[in-house]
Design a protein around this ligand. Structure first.
Ligand SMILES: Nc1nc2c(ncn2[C@@H]2O[C@H](COP(=O)(O)OP(=O)(O)O)[C@@H](O)[C@H]2O)c(=O)[nH]1
Ligand SMILES: [Mg+2]
Length: 263
């Protein structure tokens, strides 16, 4: 499974990526955005699989893989071309993790504006909806042109109907993931890889002692129908740079009780 880490510049995408994949990509505050995505594969060491494997002793035990793609800021630059390499790279991912800055940093405030997760979330939602609308409308125009030339198959009619419903949803400012498509409609439009149709998890990236302060923001995001968690990205990155034993000692020393959302 491919998961795209997306978000505005300097929200902590690479920091979270490093934590997840135990990598050491640069997270320099002043570095320009990378040209390409960082890609890392993580094995999901599912205990159930381990137990089954112990029981049945198969020749090979294969755990599920998650491939994380850490993209340079998307939807960040005005007039970014939706057909650019970044967009196509993001499109092939099956789910998104949107990382929003919720940690204090006065220098980042000056460069990128104050941390305002709700505002940024709204911006991303709008951009996804807008990008999908362009794709859906373009396709619908083509279908209509085909109709005029007598190209009208039952499959195209299903697609046309689905696209009309999708456009209506998007025009109302709603994401595609919030609507119900019939299985044949879903199949007809699957190839478009609509942004707003994919599952999305919102991560509020905060400092290690900033959990409590994020409760209201988290609740507000949940209320808008999103899955969301708080993460202490930098702290997690530091932890993942330690070996497992060191990490455990460190956690015990700090009497750190992992809040929900931190594994
Ligand atoms: N205080 C604090 N700083 C962070 C946190 N996560 C990231 N940063 C800093 O924010 C800057 C940008 O982080 P980076 O991961 O490169 O952001 P990206 O542009 O979204 O990939 C770096 O200076 C990080 O050290 C965090 O949880 N707390
Ligand atoms: Mg980065």
């Amino acid at each position: 499974m491919k998961i795209a880490l997306i978000g505005p510049p300097k929200s902590g995408k690479t920091t979270v990526f490093n934590a997840l994949t135990a990598s050491e990509h640069t997270t320099d505050k002043y570095a320009p955005p990378a040209e390409e995505a960082n890609i890392g594969i993580v094995q999901v060491l599912d205990e159930r699989i381990t137990k089954l494997s112990e029981l049945y002793k198969p020749k090979k035990t294969i755990y599920a893989n998650i491939e994380f793609h850490d993209f340079p800021g998307i939807f960040a630059r005005e007039g970014e071309n939706p057909e650019s390499a970044i967009y196509s790279g993001i499109k092939v991912c099956e789910a998104f993790v949107l990382i929003l800055r919720a940690f204090e940093d006065s220098e980042l405030d000056q460069l990128y504006g104050e941390a305002d997760p709700m505002k940024v979330l709204g911006h991303f939602e709008d951009e996804m909806i807008l990008t999908d609308m362009v794709i859906a409308e373009k396709r619908l125009e083509k279908i209509e042109l085909g109709y005029k030339r007598g190209v009208k198959t039952p499959a195209i009619q299903i697609e046309e109907k689905a696209l009309r419903r999708i456009i209506e949803q998007l025009q109302a400012g709603q994401s595609i993931r919030e609507m119900e498509l019939a299985p044949e409609e879903e199949k007809a439009v699957r190839g478009f890889q609509f942004f707003s149709a994919k599952p999305i998890l919102i991560l509020l990236n905060t400092s290690e002692d900033g959990y409590k302060e994020q409760e209201a923001a988290l609740a507000a995001i949940h209320q808008r129908g999103f899955m969301a968690e708080v993460i202490a990205g930098k702290f997690e990155q530091e932890l993942s740079a330690l070996g497992p034993e060191e990490a455990e000692m460190f956690m015990t020393d700090m009497a750190w009780i992992a809040p929900s959302g931190i594994a």
